[in-house]
Design a protein around this ligand. Structure first.
Ligand code: AMP
Ligand code: MG
Length: 339
């Protein structure tokens, strides 16, 4: 068996090509950590007290403990391990689950927040990852249905005792929004919040110009970008095959799963990047649109006034109209096409 892995440290798929430079001391501080299974980077360009960075760290650690699928005592694990019994959790966990149900509904089940029964079978971080047993996959598929989540204010209950929540596709976007709220409260106007490629660009660069953000070249482990996108005050999030995958018998098996089959979604795409106002929306849409594929994503993008960059298996790049003026393809092995 041949297989290949990339580590979570290389998973960041959206790259900041150039932030501000030339500032020193308290004016250009960065908090970096490895949390949520990825690299967290919060850079504050404005002058700020050390306590502001410390506040970012505390928020990240709080959410990591709350939403983790693997930590036994996280609120998500407590719901998953309750065998269908009601579980009281924090209001924030309820909000996140409600957002997950919202994406599940808006995508007609292409996104499903109860994908946990399937995703827990696929271990992309194993030493020698392999395709799970077909019978186990088909059994897991029968336990995926977001309609089985019952929220009565609080507690939360899974009506199917074998159902499992997986907030991996939405938590980082939600947390990025909370970090932005916190930084705004602290009087910060210019910052870059990057949770493993889930980016919120707060304000513009200090000189008033746009940030220049790149989308990673698929499977390039050096993080080379294939594009640059100029933007200010926006969230930009990529869902991509290459962020977590293995290869077996010449075929790529990746982490964005089709709830109907239990296998990696096969929509002809390598990545989808979403640009819109809110982190939670970009994160949910990027995963949903990946599963739906290019054509079926368009109505969703229109409804939520989101812009997108699709990279296809044929090395074609499709950019929605609202992004074209800010977008440059920088890698000649990819071709920008009109659809
Ligand atoms: P993202 O990188 O935001 O696209 O999220 C991918 C993660 O979401 C995966 O690693 C899984 O934990 C989870 N996931 C995979 N497929 C789906 C799906 N169809 N619906 C909801 N969550 C998913
Ligand atoms: Mg997502």
């Amino acid at each position: 068996m041949r297989y290949r892995r990339i580590t979570a440290l290389l998973a960041a798929s959206v790259l900041i090509l150039s932030g501000c430079s030339g500032f020193s001391g308290k004016r250009n501080q960065t908090y970096t950590d490895t949390l949520f299974d990825t690299v967290v980077n919060v850079r504050i360009y404005d002058a700020a007290d050390d306590s502001v960075l410390k506040g970012c760290e505390e928020l990240c650690k709080k959410y990591d403990a709350m939403f983790s699928r693997t930590a036994e005592d996280s609120e998500i694990s407590r719901i998953n391990n309750a065998g269908g019994a009601p579980v009281e959790v924090s209001e924030e966990t309820i909000t996140l689950i409600e957002k997950g149900i919202y994406y599940s509904e808006m995508s007609n089940g292409a996104f499903d927040i109860t994908i946990g029964s399937i995703s827990s079978l696929w271990d992309f971080k194993a030493e020698s990852p392999s395709i799970p047993d077909a019978a186990a996959i088909s059994d897991a598929v029968s336990h995926v249905n977001y309609k089985n989540i019952m929220i009565q204010d609080n507690p939360v209950r899974l009506l199917d005792p074998y159902a499992k929540l997986d907030v991996g596709a939405v938590a980082k976007g939600y947390i990025a929004d909370r970090l932005r709220d916190y930084l705004e409260e602290e009087g910060i106007d210019h910052a870059m919040i990057d949770l493993g490629g889930n980016i919120i660009a707060m304000g513009s660069k200090l000189d008033g110009s746009d940030y220049n953000i790149g989308i990673q070249k698929p499977f390039d482990e050096n993080g080379t970008p294939i594009t640059s996108v100029k933007l200010s005050d926006k969230s930009i999030v990529t869902s991509g095959v290459y962020q977590r995958y293995f290869e077996q018998d010449g075929k790529i098996y990746h982490h964005i799963l089709d709830p109907k089959t239990g296998y990696p979604a096969d929509s002809g795409l390598i990545s989808v990047t979403i640009v819109c106002e809110k982190g939670w929306l970009s994160d949910g849409l990027s995963t949903a649109c990946f599963v739906l594929g290019y054509e079926d994503s368009l109505p969703l993008l229109e409804t939520y006034q989101a812009e997108a960059v699709f990279v296809t298996e044929d090395k074609e790049v499709i950019v929605t109209d609202g992004l074209k003026d800010m977008f440059t393809l920088t890698d000649s092995s990819y071709e920008q096409v009109e659809e």
